[in-house]
Design a binder for this molecule. Structure first.
Ligand SMILES: [Zn+2]
Length: 75
């Protein structure tokens, strides 16, 4: 009888763990969506020094992206 109770307890524990994990999974989804919103600001690589800057802050010269005026040769 004790063995059967142990097996029943393990089964309940596994089912509870799976249910708990699936709940956490649904909770984590909104966080991922927030990260995607942050990534919407596209990062571009500087042609001169390979530093990554956001597209809104990058300097575009001759169709290439630069991190600063110095790298773009616009001192
Ligand atoms: Zn640069």
């Amino acid at each position: 009888m004790i063995f059967k109770l142990l097996v029943f307890g393990v089964v309940v524990f596994i089912v509870y763990t799976l249910f708990f994990k699936s709940n956490r999974g649904t909770v984590e989804q909104p966080k991922k969506r927030k990260k995607k919103k942050l990534d919407s600001d596209t990062m571009v690589e500087c042609t001169n020094c390979s530093v990554f800057v956001s597209e809104t802050e990058a300097i575009i010269k001759d169709g290439k992206f630069y991190c600063s005026k110095e790298c773009a040769g616009l001192k």
